[in-house]
Design a protein around this ligand. Structure first.
Ligand code: ARG
Length: 572
């Protein structure tokens, strides 16, 4: 785990006197009343020397205190010994204030955060919807999580490359061509994605009774791969109308992916990959097909017995292409958990080929989005389409705008901006606020709730901060750098929450889990709301400090939500 500035400050203090062993931990106590950080070092050292841990802790405390000027309050407020010998550190309010100031200056904040990545390169493969199929909510999840992970790494100073590995090649296009030829009633370019989807669904229901259809589908895919003119033209038209639809979706989501190299992009690179696999004796023939075998997994198919290539081979070519062109240190795939085996086989094969990036491959295997009725799949024709979800979210956002206090004062165009930001924000937040590996239940009431853990709740908290700031005459809050007055409990609690922002960003990136950041933002908003309820802001002696706290809350919410790909609105 990369260390944050505060952790380094405390470890630096300890290291002046004591060596650190790997058993020594520096953590946040579960209950903040025990301080901001806590270490078990006294217990570890006492055990090694068979001493009493509490008296070892006392000695350590005395040594550390000799190094800090407690009275000047520039770093630590107090050090306490607790329980069997924990040493607890309480950060000083002026140290916390200084850290908080950073968050109010975009440039300084970005500079500080960018030191983490040290110019390393990361490639992330996300979104990747399939041509001729509507953009479903599984791909929505990949898009949202993938974009958030991309944003986090970018902030941390990595060179980040997003690549949309569109599903635009494979046997399914053979099947689709069969369906278009048999049942299509107009030229493909005049069809919608929904028309194509219906044809695809029809193919599967007909093929249940007529196996020869599948045979025909495979044959058409072989023709497509061999460059057959008619097959290529039909395929090309399907790609065109799909891309139009996907662009509309990305625009709505405010997502822009650096590259879109679909599977078909790798066509010409496949022979090289296949030759290398054969030359290195990694792949071998089995019943006319070419496969890779593994000690503890089923084999992966490189080439089928009719000489067509596979999703797997195209993914290998993709790895090779990215290696040769982008030289990534880390390669991340944001793809559903149902492809776990595929990626395990893929990473194992890449390792055999010596194609592993220095920091490895990661598969963020996201769970399903469930409705009350369970999983949805295209084959049965009961997919949940993104457009239906967005439409419903918009309806609910309209209701929110009618309920909030300022909603009525907004102009028509402000209202429109707000409704769209709230609707899209709500959908994204529901994807991002739980661990990607877990399934999520799509529950409209919770997603759109102004009180609960939701996107609108955060947007509302941000708008509240903005309205407080607009009401105060104080525009300059740098004077807070040193505060001699005691703080109220709520003021201190906010300060003790701010500095964690940096660490949450680092943790979220390192564990490929944006929900760490999302949940932190919810905590912050709750703590701000508590502060707001109990501390009058305007016209009090603490107005400067309280405006500063409000401004810092707003900055963190804004930066955090932007990292999650969620828009804020000034009024709500
Ligand atoms: N298009 C695929 C699907 O919808 C996802 C592709 C993921 N990326 C990859 N490199 N395999 O299932």
């Amino acid at each position: 785990m990369m260390r944050t500035k505060t952790e380094s400050d405390i470890l630096g203090l300890i290291l002046k006197h004591f060596p650190l062993s790997k058993d020594i931990k520096l953590e946040h106590p579960a209950d903040p009343q025990y301080g901001d950080f806590s270490t078990n070092m006294a217990m570890v050292m006492a055990k090694d020397n068979k001493e009493n841990p509490r008296s070892v802790a006392q000695d350590i405390k005395t040594k550390l205190l000799s190094d800090i000027k407690i009275n000047e309050g520039d770093f630590i407020e107090k050090i306490e010994i607790a329980g069997p010998g924990f040493i607890n550190f309480y950060l000083h309010k002026n140290y916390l204030l200084k850290q908080a100031i950073d968050y109010n200056f975009d440039l300084e904040f970005h500079e500080k955060m960018a030191t983490y990545g040290q110019g390393k390169t990361m490639v992330i493969d996300y979104s990747a919807p399939n041509i001729a199929k509507p953009f479903g909510i599984g791909h929505l999840r990949s898009t949202n999580i993938g974009q958030a992970v991309y944003n986090l790494y970018k902030l941390l100073g990595w060179k980040t490359i997003g690549d949309n590995h569109l599903g635009d090649w494979g046997t399914q296009f053979g099947k689709l061509i069969v369906a278009i030829k048999k049942w299509g009633d107009k030229p493909v370019l005049e069809m919608t994605i929904a028309d194509l989807e219906r044809l695809y669904v029809k193919f599967h229901s007909e093929a249940e009774d007529d196996e020869s259809l599948n045979e025909e589908g495979r044959a058409w895919f072989a023709r497509l791969e061999n460059g057959d003119k008619e097959a290529r033209a039909l395929w090309h038209d399907c790609v065109t109308i799909s891309l139009q639809e996907f662009d509309r979706v990305y625009q709505l989501l405010g997502v822009k992916i650096d590259y879109t190299h679909g599977e078909s992009f790798y066509e010409t690179m496949l022979p090289d990959v296949i030759n290398e696999l054969k030359a290195k004796k990694i792949a071998h023939e089995s019943q006319g097909a070419l496969i890779v075998e593994f000690p503890s997994m089923p084999p992966a198919m490189i080439e089928k017995s009719n000489q067509t290539t596979t999703y797997f081979t195209r993914d290998l070519a993709t790895i090779k292409y990215r290696r040769e062109n982008w030289h990534p240190d880390l390669v991340i795939y944001e793809v559903g958990a149902d492809q776990q085996l595929h990626f395990q086989q893929l990473f194992a094969t890449a390792a055999l080929l010596g194609w592993q990036p220095t920091e490895g491959f990661v598969h963020i295997a996201h769970g399903l989005i469930r409705w009350k009725t369970g999983k949805f799949s295209t084959r049965k024709g009961d997919t949940i389409h993104l457009s239906d979800v967005v439409e419903k979210a918009m309806e609910q956002a309209v209701k929110i705008s009618e309920r909030t206090a300022v909603g009525k004062d907004l102009t028509k165009s402000e209202q429109k901006v707000m409704i769209e930001a709230v609707a899209i924000g709500a959908i994204k937040f529901s994807d991002l606020s739980s661990d990607p590996h877990k399934d999520i239940i799509f529950d409209w009431e919770q997603i759109m709730s102004l009180e609960g853990d939701s996107g609108p709740y955060l947007q509302y908290a941000y708008a509240r901060c903005k309205s407080v700031l607009a009401k105060s005459k104080i525009k300059e809050t740098k004077d807070v750098e040193y505060i001699s007055d005691p703080l109220t409990a709520e003021e201190l609690k906010l300060l003790r929450t701010f500095y964690l922002f940096e660490e949450k960003i680092v943790n979220a990136a390192e564990s490929f889990n944006p929900s760490i950041l999302a949940n932190y933002l919810i905590d912050l908003a709750r703590i701000y709301n508590e502060f707001y309820a109990k501390n009058k802001i305007i016209g009090t002696e603490h107005e400067i400090l309280r405006i500063f706290l409000t401004q810092t809350t707003a900055s963190i919410l804004h930066t955090g939500l932007t990292l999650l790909g969620i828009k804020t609105v000034e009024k709500m």
